[in-house]
Write a protein that binds this ligand. Structure first.
Ligand SMILES: C[S@@+](CC[C@H](N)C(=O)[O-])C[C@H]1O[C@@H](n2cnc3c(N)ncnc32)[C@H](O)[C@@H]1O
Length: 257
């Protein structure tokens, strides 16, 4: 298993683990840093019932945007966990601002350790985290003990476009993801394929400009790390092109077999 800082770096597409401590500064203008909260909320709505009684576990919750929207829209309880303390601080603040502070708990922890102690959640969300335990099979096996018997796992991720030659270390065929899920004891029960022009593209240029501005400020504060900040900005631009052109972005819903 990689270290917690390597896990965060990999989920945030950072080549350099040294950049992780600067992420809260770089991403200070963003409230959403991954998945689209409304899409996850719709999937929870159509795959569960009795919403106010739901207990939701949001693993790698970032700044809590998914949990906060779920708590707001469904009046349910959400528990968000993330390794980055700066994100958790903001999540708590946003939850209070949105009036759902009492329905949400946010904590700083390594998911791979904390999931050993939690159970009985009706919904587990893995939104834009990638397979945190190494691969999809070990990730789903790792979170399964936290799931109630009739619960669902929502995994917002990407997979290969059929018959396309594009490759990336973290990119797999959908069939391979489903095979690993089945090996973990889970079956696909629903899916939402993201509409790229609306769900991914809307505010991209504004967000990219903010990110560039923050990296520029950091370069002035730490000139010896200029190369690292420049590489991060370039990587984010590449990543966006990949999301738009080379992969299928989708939220998969799994249930126990
Ligand atoms: C791309 S962000 C997605 C955030 C959030 N789920 C969303 O969609 O807005 C990935 C998150 O996973 C967190 N993460 C990665 N590895 C982790 C680990 N081992 N334990 C806890 N959090 C982790 C990162 O800190 C980061 O906030």
């Amino acid at each position: 298993m990689n270290s917690i800082i390597e896990s965060v770096a990999s989920s945030m597409d950072c080549d350099n683990v040294e950049l992780v401590e600067y992420l809260p500064y770089i991403l200070q203008d963003f409230t959403e840093i991954g998945a689209c909260p409304e899409v996850i909320t719709d999937l929870v709505k159509r795959n569960t019932h009795n919403y106010p009684s739901l207990k939701i576990l949001d693993l790698g919750c970032g700044k809590g945007s998914v949990s906060i929207e779920l708590a707001r829209a469904l009046n349910c309880f959400c528990h968000g966990i993330d390794a980055v303390e700066g994100f958790i601080k903001e999540a708590k603040l946003f939850a209070s601002e949105k009036g759902v502070g009492d329905q949400c708990i946010f904590e700083t922890a390594d998911i791979r350790e904390r999931t050993k102690e939690l159970k009985d959640y009706n919904v587990i969300v893995l939104a834009a985290t990638g397979p945190l335990f190494g691969d999809y099979e070990s990730t789903l096996k790792g979170v399964l003990p936290c799931l109630a018997n009739d619960g669902i796992v929502i995994m917002d991720d990407w997979y290969k476009i059929k018959n396309d030659n594009f490759t990336h270390v973290r990119l797999f065929e959908k069939q391979e993801i489903l095979r690993q899920a089945e090996a973990a004891g889970m079956l696909l029960s629903d899916e939402h394929i993201h509409e790229k022009t609306t769900e991914l593209g809307n505010s991209y240029s504004e967000e990219y400009e903010n990110l560039k501005k923050r990296c520029h400020e950091l370069t002035q504060m730490h000139p010896q790390k200029a190369e690292m900040f420049k590489n991060y900005v370039n990587k984010q631009s590449e990543e966006y092109q990949i999301l738009q052109n080379n992969v299928i972005c989708s939220a998969l819903v799994f249930r126990k077999k």
